[in-house]
Design a protein around this ligand. Sequence first.
Ligand SMILES: [Zn+2]
Length: 251
Amino acid sequence: MFEGNAAAASRLRSRQLLRDRINLGPLTAASTCAIPGCGRATMKAAKIGLAPHHCRKHVEHRARHGSYWINTYAASELKPYLSAATAYVRLWAATDKFIAAAIAAVQAALDEAGPVEIATRLKGMPATKRAKIGLARLRVAKVKPERIVSIVLAVTALCEEKAHRTKEFRMVQICKAVHRLASGTHKVWQVEDYQGRKRRTELHAFPRSSGPVLRLMGRALEEPCEWVVEKHLAGVLAVKIKRYGRHPSLP
Ligand SMILES: [Zn+2]
């Protein structure tokens, strides 16, 4: 009983602290959103949050897409990059040591991600753990590591050609593309819980469409591919431009 009261009091106190910080006023905050042409009040000026330079709409846009203003890439936009990257990885997987190492490292990341958890238990779990479960699900869904390396290269090539070079945006786009392409193949499968009962779980329950999980999972997929990107991004982009031309929005 006492512990319950203490927890409630501490919750109340942290809520009060947050309210105080919001009400502190625009010490370092701007009154209107920094995105050109937006003109809305910043979250801090409107006293609805802490964001000192952006409005609620743009803060939410960033949580969902990884950027205040760039939209998530459509599958059709990514397609030529993915075709080029897939062909490139297939051609070099057996002989290029960087590509072979990345495929092995992605496989290791999936293997080390631990068990898959049932979707309904994800609520309230820390983002780091949910990101691990996301990786484990890719493994259970039998997504090939070659496929993931190709997707990382494809998304990075598209970001590069369109000069969208923010790390956060790229990580979110990698996570979303992997999830989208993976969920098309295996949607539902069975997992066994600790008592040996079989339960169905579905890929589409993860990851959430916004928030830190997207960034953590994107980072975990990108990290093993860093050397491949360093050595082969220019090659993949050259194949893409040779086959499909420049991005239609570019001169
Ligand atoms: Zn705005």
